[in-house]
Design a protein around this ligand. Structure first.
Ligand code: FAD
Length: 466
């Protein structure tokens, strides 16, 4: 059996690595000259910059296991204790996110009436329709308008940069929907889940699986360490500058047509895994199956811009905490700012301060099409208003992702089920990647691992992904 993995992002690399570890031949075809996809780390003038993901939550056994297999787990670095605090810019000020229910009641994160409404969550009801709904609908029923617009909005922004009126509650925060189904109240569900986890831990019966919380982490050389280790382990099994242009069903499997360094090439494989963004998968699928292509194409993406600002030592005070998020009601282009040098001090040498602003998202897509100088100027202007930061940075770097984060809109899980059904017509063809079952690096690795393990069995089509 040979598996052709299309796309050399973290999903494709983790998948091919797992397959090869299981003794299955796998080749990765990556269109660009470098692997890693969204994961791109580079050093510049005393700073370690991440163009895409900044960190992963160290709570998934599969991510740690992957790092262990590759011999890089000792290079994992958890966030500094100074990153414990998190802030939300709301009602014109940065306000600390309370760390416990009593602290929440005393805090100024929401006005008093809205804090009391959140306590009223204990008496809230289940989704009357039982079908998928938007995250905002779920939020308003349980937490009220203001907590939804401030807290829930900030929570989703940190992962999806999305619009909670559009995002599917079930696909984006399945834990909340599970709490509602099983316990009616989200607060009761969370309390009981914590208690059960503590009891299981004390009894030593905690199942191997994702914990409820984990430490925000990276590697000593950034997330690129994981990608480099995967690329090294895969060696010649990764072919870069290999842009896949067509798929063809053959008598005994698949033929993959691609351009390799400008030359037409072909590869025969028993299985093909599309580990590319959904819109790329749609174009490759269209000549085979228009319906499947349309289903993939209906997964939208939110554009996002990343603006790194580096400040020479002593020019700005060390910012407190991991960073802050900005709910959409504040009307800013900045969605959030990561205090990178506070969280991972080794990413800024000699006392420098590094901030990374994330801008645009599903509700301000036009922001991302501005030119780089305009984006950097806007980030600085808004940082001045929100964080009082007036110093001039010694480093400015802007990265734009026109299709940054896939959006799991209402009905997403139904769409996936329909796609799985459709894929049964195409034995040996599989879809995976961040467009389907989780957008985080952890999700991508978990789903890649699942698919690799499933491929050890009989050849069946399946939508598996992050
Ligand atoms: C700005 C930003 C910040 C993020 N922050 C975080 C974070 O802090 N933590 C976290 O966990 N996640 C974060 N994420 C999400 C996470 O980075 C991604 O979901 C994940 O890296 C996606 O991996 P992937 O392999 O599925 O897809 P991709 O990284 O998109 O990889 C797909 C690959 O396919 C290749 N390709 C495309 N077309 C073809 C073709 N025709 N032929 C061959 N190859 C092709 C592409 O070049 C690419 O290398 C962030 C994402 C962005 C954009």
């Amino acid at each position: 059996m040979t598996v052709a993995v299309i796309g050399g992002g973290i999903t494709g690399l983790a998948l091919a690595h797992r397959l090869r570890a299981r003794g299955t031949a796998a080749v990765v075809l990556e269109s660009t000259s470098r692997v890693g996809g969204n994961v791109q780390t580079h050093a510049r003038a005393g700073y370690l910059l991440e163009a895409g993901p900044n960190s992963f939550l160290d709570r998934e056994p599969t991510t740690r296991e992957l790092a262990e297999t590759l011999g890089v787990s000792s290079r994992i670095r958890p966030a500094d204790a100074a990153a414990k605090n998190r802030y939300i810019f709301t009602r014109g000020a940065l306000r600390a996110l309370p760390g416990s229910p009593p602290a929440f009641l005393k805090s100024d994160i929401l006005p008093l009436a809205s804090r009391l409404r959140v306590v009223g969550e204990l008496f809230s009801g289940r989704n009357p329709t039982g079908s998928d709904e938007s995250l905002a609908q779920l939020g308003r029923r349980h937490l009220g308008r203001e907590a939804t617009a401030v807290l829930l909005d900030a929570m989703q922004t940190g992962t999806y940069a999305g619009d909670p009126e559009q995002l599917s509650a079930e696909a984006t925060f399945p834990q909340l929907v599970k709490f509602e189904r099983e316990h009616r109240s989200l607060i009761l569900g969370a309390i009981r889940a914590q208690r059960a986890a503590r009891r299981a831990k004390a009894a030593g019966t905690a199942e191997a699986g994702p914990a409820l919380s984990g430490q925000m982490s990276t590697f000593d050389g950034g997330l690129g360490v994981l990608v480099d280790a995967l690329a090294k382990a895969l060696g010649g099994a990764v072919r870069t500058d290999a842009k896949v242009e067509g798929l063809e069903r053959t008598a005994d499997g698949w033929k993959v047509r691609f351009q390799e360094r400008g030359q037409p090439a072909e590869l025969a494989a028993s299985h093909v895994v599309l580990a590319v963004p959904a819109h790329v998968a749609a174009e490759l699928l269209r000549p085979l199956d228009v319906e499947l292509a349309q289903q993939a194409d209906s997964i939208p993406y939110a554009p996002i811009a990343v603006v790194h600002l580096g400040f020479a030592a002593g020019t700005v005070p060390k910012p407190d905490g991991f960073g802050f998020l900005v709910p959409a009601v504040e009307g800013k282009a900045v969605l959030g700012t990561i205090h990178v040098s506070t969280t991972f001090p080794f990413r800024a040498e000699g006392g420098r301060v590094l901030l990374t602003c994330l801008m645009g998202g599903a509700r301000r897509p036009e922001v991302v099409s501005r030119d780089e100088d305009a984006l950097a100027a806007l980030a600085r202007e808004e940082l001045k208003t929100m964080a009082g930061l007036t110093a001039t940075p010694e480093l400015t770097e802007v990265v734009r992702w026109p299709r940054g984060i896939p959006q799991y809109t209402v009905g997403h899980l139904e769409r996936l089920a329909a796609m799985e059904e459709r894929l049964k017509r195409w034995p040996g063809l599989h879809l995976t990647g961040n467009a389907y079952r989780g957008v985080g690096v952890n999700d991508c690795i978990r789903e890649a691992t699942r698919l690799a393990d499933a491929l050890g069995g009989p050849a069946e089509g399946a939508v598996r992904s992050a």
